[in-house]
Design a protein around this ligand. Structure first.
Ligand SMILES: [Zn+2]
Length: 402
């Protein structure tokens, strides 16, 4: 059995993918559908790692280092179905747009990547890997695991998060931190016996607010930003004096930030306001974490830190990509290069593993994670037509670099 790698077939495949819901940790069925399509399209190898991420390989004509195209298998929750103009899992094309959860983030671009790779069979200077990973929407466990596992070893990565036809160079990262204030609980009728953890909340918030006002800035990515977003009080009982208060911080970070530097800065900022923590109290600062379980049955406590990354605008992979894609309507002009506003798995591939990474995909950012999610079919057709030149140019540039 075989299938022609045409745009029409890719669009039909995207509709099939949208019709399979796949929240993080529930990507098994969509992964199976993807493997089936890769087989029908004649991929030379299709492998699955321990977390259930899928890596298909299309052999090249030579032995240039492999390039990897990557999207993710998971999507965010669709919310109330009646709020959608088109049902969230319809995958229909109406009025020139593909509709549904994942249309542009990210099942539409995923289908284009799979078909673009298949169309390059035995034509690229080296292997083309299509790595579609789990758990991207919850911080990138899938990509971290796929690269660490050694199942793939790409010399460059092309991420299929929407760029509206531009070349994306990087993005800020995100860290979720917690400041934990500990005291001593007691019955609310006897405050003398307690160390009320809420007593230190104003000092902690004052320190955090001062830190938020002095954030560093990157000339391309813009400033980091820090905001307290939640306060949790334990125990949650109005007639008990709490012994624990957790202040949650959302921090949009720069690529140079690390777990240690972030925690150190929060500690210092609080110490400026509260130089001596009163007897009977303690203040701890840590990265937030959550338990994640893959559809293959593996569990881990994951720190909520998605790294950022930034490629130099004159890096050979960036200029090759921009030249190969060109501007829609002006193919002789290089594509615009800019950062994404949101975070992607490029934070892992480039920010952590140092693999040159760029982004290219159709789709407008404003529709991502909304109940109006859609992909313009003509824009997708244009992006599909640009993928072969893009892959070849990136692979050649990466081969020269390495
Ligand atoms: Zn996405």
């Amino acid at each position: 059995m075989s299938r022609e790698p045409t745009f029409e077939n890719a669009l039909a495949f995207a509709g099939d993918l949208i019709r399979i819901p796949s929240m993080s940790g529930e990507e098994g069925e969509v992964a199976a559908r993807l493997r089936e399509e890769m087989r029908v399209l004649g991929f030379d190898r299709v492998e699955v790692d321990g977390l259930g991420s899928v890596a298909g390989v299309v052999k090249g004509r030579g032995d240039a280092p492999p390039v990897m195209l990557s999207c993710h298998l998971d999507v965010v929750a669709e919310g109330a179905h009646e709020e959608w103009e088109h049902p969230p899992f319809c995958g229909d094309v109406v009025d020139g747009h593909l509709h549904g959860r994942g249309a542009m983030d990210i099942k539409g671009p995923m289908a284009l990547q799979v078909y673009a790779a298949a169309a390059l069979a035995n034509r690229a200077p080296g292997d083309v890997i299509v790595g579609q990973v789990v758990y991207e929407e919850r911080g990138g466990w899938g990509m971290e695991h796929l690269v660490r596992s050694g199942l793939v070893n790409p010399a460059a990565v092309i991420i299929g998060e929407s760029t509206y036809g531009d070349i994306a160079l990087g993005h800020r990262g995100r860290a979720q931190l917690e400041v934990v204030i500990r005291g001593l609980a007691s019955h609310a009728s006897a405050p003398d016996r307690a160390r009320n953890a809420l007593d230190l909340l104003p000092g902690v918030l004052t320190g955090v607010t001062a830190l938020a006002r002095r954030q560093e800035s990157d000339p391309v990515l813009g400033p980091a930003s820090l905001a307290p977003t939640d306060v949790r009080v334990r125990p949650e009982s109005p007639n008990v004096i709490p012994d624990e208060v957790i202040v949650v911080l959302d921090w949009r970070i720069l690529p140079t930030d690390t777990e240690a530097s972030l925690i150190g800065r929060v500690k210092d900022a609080i110490a400026e306001v509260l130089p001596d923590v009163p007897a009977g109290y303690a203040i701890e600062c840590r990265l937030a974490s959550e338990r994640q379980t893959s559809y293959t049955g593996r569990s881990a406590d994951r720190n909520l830190l998605t790294p950022g990354f930034l490629m130099e605008p004159d890096h050979a992979v960036v200029t090759a990509a921009a030249g190969a894609v060109g501007r829609r309507g002006a193919p002789d002009t290089a594509a615009r290069c800019r950062p994404w506003t949101f975070a992607t798995d490029g934070g892992w591939t480039c920010g952590v593993f140092g693999i040159p990474t760029i982004g290219f995909a159709p789709g407008e950012e404003r529709y991502a994670h909304t109940n109006r999610e859609r992909l313009d079919v003509e824009e997708a057709r244009w992006a599909f037509s640009r993928y072969p030149s893009l892959i070849l140019a990136v692979q050649e540039a990466a081969a020269k670099k390495s």
